[in-house]
Design a protein around this ligand. Structure first.
Ligand code: CDV
Length: 309
């Protein structure tokens, strides 16, 4: 039986602070229509897809940021997207800011199957940035102020004929992210991101260098775990703050096979054969035969660098 999954990577252009959830959902629906016209089985949207990238805005009283969060998923604003996905029999994944009934805050993404049921939830683990306002930076990145680190690990779900996992933005730069999923046999990692075009602490590090690191991270994660990686950007100028694009699909050899040009709303659809993950998993990255866990202790045993005496 064919295990080709037609995957749509649905990039969103900028979302301004003033834009409503309903306006964004209208844009996401338009992308879903385009994906359907190209027979997509699964559509992937960016991190924090429903709003502007609000962690760049400092609120002294952090509760003032709560209006960016979703207290339920789905909710009335998002329901039309769930309804259309179910109607189209298309799986989907998107990111949003989650406020739990206990008052906890997470940078979250969901995986929805073709019947419209949420089959997976992931909460971002590697939160970049800082807690307090930092006048030294060219722009703020306050994810550590507004979110807790995720508490769900890096699960993989058996759905849509394959093994699919999620991570979010900065997670893609960490080899541990992919390897924990690789150890569950992951065949496709889907992720959204909001990456500013400049490094807030090193202005000369501009978009070309940022793009290089982005591609390097995706290629390494894909190749070293023999998995597809689908990475979807929010791009363009949000209220004077520029996000780089770089929406792309990377195959299990680490090669870019499809990419969205530009910084506007746009979708690419690529046929991802999940069986293409087999060769790497059975040869050079056959973990069972080749891993040497007796030497990997420091990876889970320590956080920072411990230099030799
Ligand atoms: N949203 C993010 O996690 N952004 C980070 C930036 C701050 C470096 C990223 O890894 O792209």
């Amino acid at each position: 039986m064919s295990r080709v999954l037609n995957v749509a990577a649905a990039q969103l252009g900028p979302i301004q602070k003033s834009e409503t959830r309903e306006a964004v959902i209208t844009r996401m629906i338009r992308l879903m229509d385009l994906a359907k016209a190209k027979s997509a089985d699964l559509i992937v949207y960016p991190e924090l897809a429903l709003t502007t990238f609000f962690p760049r805005w400092h609120h002294e009283d952090r509760a003032e940021a709560d209006h960016w969060f979703e207290a339920a998923m789905p909710n009335p604003a998002v329901q039309p997207l769930f309804d259309l996905a179910r109607h189209y029999k298309m799986g989907m994944s998107f990111g949003y800011a989650e406020l739990t009934p206990e008052g906890r805050h997470f940078n979250t993404s969901v995986l929805v199957d073709k019947e419209g049921s949420i089959v997976g939830k992931y909460r971002k683990i590697h939160l970049p940035g800082h807690v307090e306002y930092d006048p030294q930076r060219t722009h703020q990145h306050l994810e550590k102020r507004y979110f807790e680190p995720g508490d769900l690990g890096f699960p993989v779900w058996r759905t849509m004929g394959g093994l699919i996992g999620m991570c979010i933005c900065n997670d893609r730069r960490w080899p541990e992210t992919y390897r924990v999923m690789g150890l569950q046999g992951v065949e496709m990692v889907v992720l959204g991101f909001n990456t500013p075009s400049v490094n807030s602490q090193r202005n000369e590090e501009a978009a070309d260098r940022r793009m290089f690191h982005h591609k390097l991270s995706l290629a390494a994660g894909a190749y070293q775990n023999s998995t597809w990686v689908v990475a979807v950007a929010k791009a363009g100028d949000e209220d004077g703050h520029h996000l780089m694009g770089g929406t792309m699909i990377v195959n299990p050899d680490g090669e870019i096979v499809a990419m969205v040009d530009g910084e506007e709303d746009g979708v690419i659809v690529h046929p991802c054969d999940l069986d293409d993950t087999q060769f790497g998993k059975e040869t050079i990255f056959d973990f069972k035969r080749h891993r040497r866990i007796e030497h990997y202790g420091p990876i889970t045993g320590q956080v920072g660098v411990v230099e030799p005496e």
